[in-house]
Ligand binder design. Sequence first.
Ligand code: G6P
Length: 613
Amino acid sequence: MCGIVGYIGNQQAYPILIKGLQRLEYRGYDSAGIALIHGEKLNVYKAKGKVSDLVSFAEQKDIEGTIGIAHTRWATHGEPNQVNAHPHFSQSEELALIHNGIIENYALLKEGLKEHGYTFSSDTDTEVLIQLIEYIKKSNKVNLAQAVQLALNEVVGAYAIAVIEKGQPDIIVAARKGSPLVVGVGDDEFFLASDATPIVEFTNRVVYIGEEEIVVLRRNKEMRIKTISNIEKTPEIKELEMTLSQLEKGGFPHFMIKEIFEQPKTLSDSMRGRVNVEENNIKLAGFIDNKEKFLKAKRIIITACGTSWHAGLIGKYAIEEFARIPVEVEYSSEFRYRKPVINPDDLVIAISQSGETADTLAAVELAKENGAFIFGICNVVGASIPRNTHSGCYTHAGPEIGVASTKAFTAQVTVLTMLALMIGKEKATITEELYLKIVHELGQIPAKITEILKQDARIAEFAKTFTYAQNFIYLGRGYNFPVALEGALKLKEISYIHAEGYPAAEMKHGPIALISQEMPVVVIATSAGMYEKVVSNIQEIKARKGRIISVVTDGDVVVKNLSDYSISIPDTEECLVPLLASIPLQLLAYHIAVVKGCNVDQPRNLAKSVTVE
Ligand code: G6P
């Protein structure tokens, strides 16, 4: 989704801003732009397409200046083109603004501004905001920071913004509500960004801007923060855990494949200090501190979007099996609007890689208003969801840059499994024997994933066979049903092949009509859990000449013989199979997309962090 970068200091801003935009490319965007103050001039350059298109456009132009703001836009209001790209000028071209989010009352504000003689060149809600700021600034004769504050009091919606002013080369005014914003604090310089990725190579000291806060960055002075209702705040400097190498491809052709291969390490990181195989124990601080809430919970509601929702489904299976608490898994976008029943003794788990997904954040707020206890499972440290939940647990998968989530998903499943086991142990709803077996097995998972990754070259080879396909079906049962959903999502996200995940037995109620020799069917047929039944489903596909790619357990013969291609994974406990079975499906989707020449890391139309509803 849209990305923001800003800089004020002693260095030339242009290279820092362009580098920052490149770091934000992973979020997904369709145009880019930059504004720089050089002497008396406020230069704005914009281009449709990639950051490289912006760089070509700005070539030979005046790119001097030690203050600037830059943006990658993911179109909401108005098509992706140069006019709609940010930064937007105010009418007098004295102010320039970049904006993430949506101004919901922009139409009303626009009408009012038109009556005051303002005209608009773009279709965006953003242009309305900068015109409003200018109108307020001029009519109230106030400075930029005051004008921004007054304007934001009239705005309904979500935003992270940054504004600069011609003739004022020493100040950037920025603000946020519902859309993230972080300031990097260097030596006599400030960096501004929608997430920490553009900042990490310059400083590890950051300040996360809070809800409805305005930050004023002044050259060679302390930063100042106040709320839009004028309450002064003291900036709280935090240390970034992220490192630069985590943001580079490290020899891999794409971030996605790098992240797939990182999973033995990320899962170890996710379990570090939590799963103690020697002591046969699991300790999750977020659970221990709030044990009573979990033990008293009559129901758990998991809310999430996309891949995180799939992780939530696996979490449901594990929590219901081990902790015997009923679990509902809700799409955040549905949950927040459908007047759900939320009781004070419900416990809500919000899962989000980015911690910024607008719908999940709103679901958290709704559940909070209804008195539920909210537990967050997030990857990005310091993001909005972990800041708005009562307690939680980070997944510690490290920055995920590929839009298609891989390592964050397996880390979410790992955390949910640990949580289910801990609740089960406390409630004595899991036998000591099974608990110990699973804890021991969790410790083996990273090494088992390493084994699976050795089949990468073979999967890459047979992936070539399937680039012709227009449709795929993915089938699984029990814990492997969400794995099928996630496998199908990975394929459609990055290869643009239509793919559907189904519970294997449901195939007879519809999808079987689609099966022909053209139709590849991916079946997860591991030995743990309903193997025989899945074998029957495979026979049904075979009888209709469907092409079968199977994921089986090492040593399997029956399904292997029925399949056109099969990938075997080591045996494990049933609840842990998703952590292994997901890996070949990630590789399959990746290689099909690569052979098809798709932009794997930045698939068309998709955004990494969906900060608008
Ligand atoms: C977007 C991403 C998906 C992600 C989903 C939820 O659609 O492209 O990969 O699963 O948002 O994001 P979250 O950050 O809340 O997990």
